[in-house]
Write a protein that binds this ligand. Structure first.
Ligand code: BDP
Length: 716
């Protein structure tokens, strides 16, 4: 009401008086540290006012907000978001949009619903009615919610509504965030402060941030949240925590988000007092069934369990001589038709001198077809571990009788934490668009297509930092994850542009160059950290900074030297038939592209091949010189990003501009450090001189090797 009064009365107040009111209001806002000041908290939902011409054009397509049919908590959430967004963007309240369920459109508009026939849940159409006004139409209420957010996104990105006609539906059923948050508030691999979940105060107090978090998720189509770490505490399954979780589930339901739990496989022992957690033991099965019943009594739409089993010390069915399928199916039976088990494929055995990247395939491929219908296998995008670049995981396409989910990491454990600007949409798009080579009759079968019965999970990058994600540009990764899980065909550039327009400025003089930089930023990280297909060269435990020399860790596959295999004669991991033959896990039509070092995409060169230092790469340079050139290219790209950002100061509010500039300065320093330390080490190993004209590392190799960071964040 206050907003409406000010807006409608404004016309009667003399101009000078209006200017004074605005000035006084701004001063008060500054003095009071106004929460509306730009600190990044509003994410891409900040709904900045439109310029006058666009506001008039948009306004012409709106009318009094209206809902055809009965209201529900979900349609109320949609309507409240529409008012919030349009009030802020148009500077006045009262105008809005018609929301209509397909069957409830008035006669003259019934054709609007035609394209919705057969669309999956959540699909919507935004189009003009017979009178020119805009309507959001959907088969279900969640579609109305998503359509409302899509309409706001459309307008907030700077487009007008004159010819709008958009029909869209989610490509993948599950679009999930996985939080690696512990009950005590620590976030494993978190770089944005403590957990957003204050379990201690739940269920009595629900932080309003958790509603904003759910709005942000709903705005990009995320519909599932695993609230706790895969390295799970059994505490989360106790009655006390189920009550807390129920409060969260109630709060998020109107925004279309279901809660899920990471389940500790040994819970029947840890909590139930049983002597075993053997999945074939009747008492164990009973315990899980009772636990599931207890959860569903409190949370009727509970999503299900995510399980990390027999991996990195976690308990699992193999502790009892059972298979992963035995474990997953036991939990699936406990949930029954009510929910789903998501079983992680991220496993690797200790001690063996085989190739770690082969292990998940070896373990799970034989189990194809053995999982219950409510089990989904969750596979990381690549076969190693969320590296800056990896080939896609060979399990995609190789498990035709198993529902699959792709796991991506939004938090940047291996890409410079929250401080490096690395837009991950290109990384995910690369994986999603890869042809697995398992299509029928020579047709392509992309990784994204193999997820049609599963979905995509992203390890969340949120925390208690005011801007949620530590770095402002890290918000773009949360955003891009949701957008790609909704539509894996979206281009990274498109996502970057719409995000930048909503988050910073709609001016194409800003969005175009910024999107271009964002799209190139991931390759920059690859170049200054792990060029030419190198992987896992990060510092021990915390994974901060370069450590290609580390070779003394107890498990062979924890050592960077295991992956770079650099010695006097050459560098790289031979995964061809003369080496580990991991290549054979891919379909022949795919493997052939990586088999020949001379013709392959050199971004994967040292992932698949061990080559002499004087091997001639496709540029004509020797391998050593090419490596140095790639490190230099990465460093130069970061220098250019920092310079570009300085030039764009006039488009961004001072505080966020400074925040980003500070982080870019850190990234610049660390990119140089990565390059210098890596060149110092590899140069020493091969006994190679620096190519002429190349900058000498700032310090000695000893200096780089002596760096220690026991205080690096996110390390359990
Ligand atoms: C690794 C992380 C570790 C996770 C593990 C996983 O370093 O903290 O627990 O992945 O995905 O990348 O289970």
């Amino acid at each position: 009401m206050i907003g409406r009064g000010l807006a409608s009365g404004a016309g009667q107040v003399p101009v000078v008086a209006r200017i004074c009111i605005v000035l006084i209001a701004s001063l008060c806002a500054i003095c009071a540290g106004d929460a509306r000041a730009e600190d990044g908290h509003a994410l891409w939902l900040r709904y900045a006012p439109l310029d006058e011409a666009t506001a008039i054009a948009v306004n012409a397509r709106l009318g009094p907000p209206e809902l055809f049919g009965n209201s529900s908590p979900m349609t109320q959430a949609a309507q409240s978001e529409l008012s919030r967004g349009f009030d802020a963007m148009l500077g006045q309240s009262g105008r809005g949009v018609i929301l209509a369920r397909a069957g409830q459109l008035p006669g003259g508009d019934s054709g609007l619903a035609e394209p919705l026939a057969g669309l999956p849940s959540g699909g919507y159409r935004i189009a003009q009615r017979h009178d020119g006004r805009v309507a959001v139409v959907a088969n279900d209420d969640i579609g109305l919610l998503y359509g409302s957010f899509a309409l706001l996104r459309h307008v907030a990105s700077g487009a007008n509504l004159d010819a709008i006609d958009v029909t869209s539906a989610p490509a993948l059923p599950l679009r999930m965030l996985d939080h690696w948050d512990n009950p005590d508030g620590f976030v494993e691999r978190g770089y944005a402060g403590r957990s957003i979940f204050n379990w201690w105060l739940l269920p009595d107090h629900l932080d309003p941030r958790l509603i904003d978090y759910a709005r942000a998720n709903a705005s990009i189509g995320i519909n599932a949240v695993v609230v706790n770490n895969v390295n799970a505490s059994a505490l989360m399954l106790t009655p006390r925590y189920i009550e807390k979780l129920a409060r969260l589930a109630d709060a998020w339901r109107p925004l279309g988000i279901r809660v899920w739990l990471s389940a500790r496989f040994s819970a029947p022992r840890d909590l139930g007092g049983l002597s075993t957690a053997d999945p074939l033991d009747p008492q164990v099965r009973r315990w899980w069934k009772d636990k599931a019943d207890e959860i569903y009594r409190a949370i009727p739409d509970f999503g299900g369990f995510l399980v990390k089993a027999n991996s990195e010390g976690q308990p699992g069915p193999q502790d009892y001589g059972r298979t992963h399928a035995d474990g997953a199916n036991m939990l699936a039976q406990a949930l029954g038709g009510r929910g789903t088990v998501i079983w992680r494929a991220f496993v690797y055995a200790s001690g063996s001198e085989t190739d770690r990247v082969k292990l998940a395939y070896e373990e799970f491929k034989p189990l194809d077809g053995k999982f219950a219908s409510n089990v989904i296998l969750q596979v990381k995008n690549g076969p190693l571990d969320f590296q800056p670049r990896e080939p896609f995981h060979p399990l995609f396409g190789a498990m035709p009788h198993t529902r699959l989910m792709l796991e991506a990491q939004i938090t940047k454990e291996y890409l410079g934490f929250a401080t490096h600007l690395a837009f991950l949409a290109p990384l995910w798009a690369e994986a999603l668009g890869a042809d697995t080579g398992h299509g029928e009759a020579g047709r392509a079968l992309t990784v994204a297509q193999t997820l049609a019965q599963g979905g995509m999970a992203g390890v969340a990058n949120t925390g208690s930092d005011r801007n949620w994600t530590g770095g402002h540009f890290d918000q773009a990764n949360w955003y891009a994850f949701g957008r790609l899980a909704w539509n894996p065909d979206l281009s990274a550039d498109e996502i970057a542009r719409e995000w930048a327009a909503q988050t910073f400025s709609r001016d194409p003089a800003f969005t175009v160059p910024v999107a271009e930089t964002m799209v190139g930023s991931r390759q920059a990280v690859v170049d200054y950290m792990t060029p030419l297909g190198l992987a896992h060269q990060m510092g021990t435990g915390h994974h901060y900074g370069p450590a290609p020399w580390v070779s003394d860790l107890s498990r062979p596959e924890w050592n960077p030297t295991y992956y770079n295999r650099a010695d006097k004669s050459g560098i790289g991991f031979d995964r061809t038939v003369t080496g580990s033959d991991a290549l054979a896990q891919y379909a022949p039509s795919v493997a052939v592209h990586w088999a020949d070092a001379a013709t392959m995409d050199e971004d994967y060169l040292l992932w698949f091949h061990h080559l002499q230092w004087d091997y001639q790469t496709q540029s004509g340079r020797t391998l050593w010189r090419e490596l140095v050139a790639r490190y230099d290219r990465g460093v130069a790209a970061v220098d250019a990003m920092a310079a570009q950002w300085a030039d764009l100061a006039s488009y961004v509010d001072a505080r966020r501009h400074r925040d980003v500039a500070d982080f870019l300065a850190i990234q610049k320093r660390e990119a140089h450090w990565w390059r210098d330390a890596s060149i110092a080490y590899f140069g020493a190993v091969c006994g190679c001189d620096l190519p002429p004209g190349t900058r000498t590392p700032a310090h000695s190799l000893d200096w780089y090797e002596a760096q220690r960071f026991p205080d690096a964040p996110g390390n359990p």
